[in-house]
Ligand binder design. Structure first.
Ligand code: UDP
Length: 344
């Protein structure tokens, strides 16, 4: 909440805090921008618009800036009062990260280093960072807690873990206060259906299933049917994007109240198989969705389910969407209304 200052018990002036959201025109970023505005924060968005969409953010200043350009980041901080930063900007396609690690180290690690240096220069000390379940690698136990060993099996996860380590050392050296949020499988779209998931290329299960239902693809491929799971297909923990956005606002409030640097998992704690996702999507859209069985996708563990007990206990976060049907329903509302995404 912005601070309300009661000067003489008659005049109440509300000082709005301004949050810089890096990658704010992307999928999770734009839903969080919306949530910040609803919670009366001012928002400044930095996005290179490579993957982000200009039309996904409204009522904010949007700077088309790449984090690899330190001078341009500096200009934003010189010209705008920034109270805290949320950092979503990153490349996040696992397969691509294996083929082009230099792109991932540059954009995800060097880009973040530039941001941290500029924050330090302007004495901005609060940061919410988008991390990922991919920092854990193959699960040794389910559900996965924050203490699970961190042994990423792909370059994307390795770059996020490298940033987490960097945040820790900046925290020791300069008093950076950060919350690192390790997302499991982000899904769904805003309740109003005005913003949603629009990746190019799209690689994620739920949008691909819904694009199949819309006739934009002939079929959905099920990557592997011989996993040691009840129906043989992979199990994942799907967490609604609005629940992720809520967690960001709570984490920000935690830091503003003087909370120490920490790390939280974000999942809804329930696993759903690929087949369950497709069958639930069929019920949501009310028609059959063509599927074919395909080879396993390399690097996919059988089951990934989060324990989010830590953030529930420490920040009082609870996911509002625990029902897969409801999560997919919001995604369908968006895809059905916007078959071409943001159309840009
Ligand atoms: N998946 C699938 N077909 C697809 C895309 C994904 O069977 O076309 C599976 C994938 O193997 C994984 C699950 O769906 O088990 C979720 O994949 P997604 O790419 O959405 O997220 P990830 O778990 O890789 O972050």
């Amino acid at each position: 909440m912005p601070f309300a200052v009661d000067f003489n018990e008659k005049v109440v002036e509300v000082i709005k805090l301004n949050i810089l959201v890096c990658g704010g025109a992307g999928y999770i970023g734009s839903h969080t921008v919306k949530k910040l505005l609803e919670n009366n924060y001012d928002v400044t968005v930095l996005d290179n618009l490579e993957k982000g969409h200009e039309h996904s953010v409204k009522d904010v200043s949007l700077f088309n800036v790449n984090l690899l350009n330190k001078d341009n980041i500096d200009k934003i901080f010189i010209n705008t009062k920034i109270d805290a930063v949320m950092h979503f900007a990153a490349n996040s396609i696992v397969g691509e990260s294996m083929e082009r690690p230099e792109v991932y180290y540059n954009n995800n690690v060097v880009g973040t280093l530039n941001l941290l240096e500029i924050m330090q220069k302007h004495t901005v000390s609060k940061l919410i960072f988008s991390s990922t379940a991919a920092v854990y690698g193959a699960p040794k136990e389910i559900p996965i807690t924050e203490n699970h060993p961190k042994e990423p099996t792909n370059c994307y996860g390795a770059t996020k873990l490298a940033v987490e380590s960097m945040l820790n050392w900046f925290s020791h050296a300069y008093g950076l206060n950060y919350v690192s949020l390790r997302y499991f499988n982000a899904a769904g779209a805003s309740k109003q259906g005005d913003i949603g998931e629009d990746h190019e290329p799209e690689t994620h299960l739920i949008p691909l299933v819904l694009r199949t239902a819309l006739g934009l693809r002939p079929e959905i491929k099920i990557f592997g049917t011989d996993y040691s799971t009840p129906d043989g297909t992979c199990v994942r923990d799907y967490i609604h994007v609005d629940d992720l956005a809520d967690a960001h606002v709570l984490s920000l409030e935690y830091l503003l109240k003087g909370g120490h640097s920490t790390v939280f998992n974000l999942g809804n704690g329930k696993g759903f198989s690929v087949l369950e996702v497709i069958n639930t999507a069929q019920r949501v859209v009310g028609k059959p969705i063509q599927r074919v069985y395909a080879e396993r996708r390399s690097g996919d563990p059988a089951v990934l389910v989060a324990s989010s007990d830590k953030i529930k206990k420490e920040l009082g976060w609870t996911p509002k969407y625990t029902d897969l049907y409801k999560i997919i329903e919001t995604a369908w509302n968006w895809h059905n209304k916007h078959p071409n995404g943001f159309g840009d």
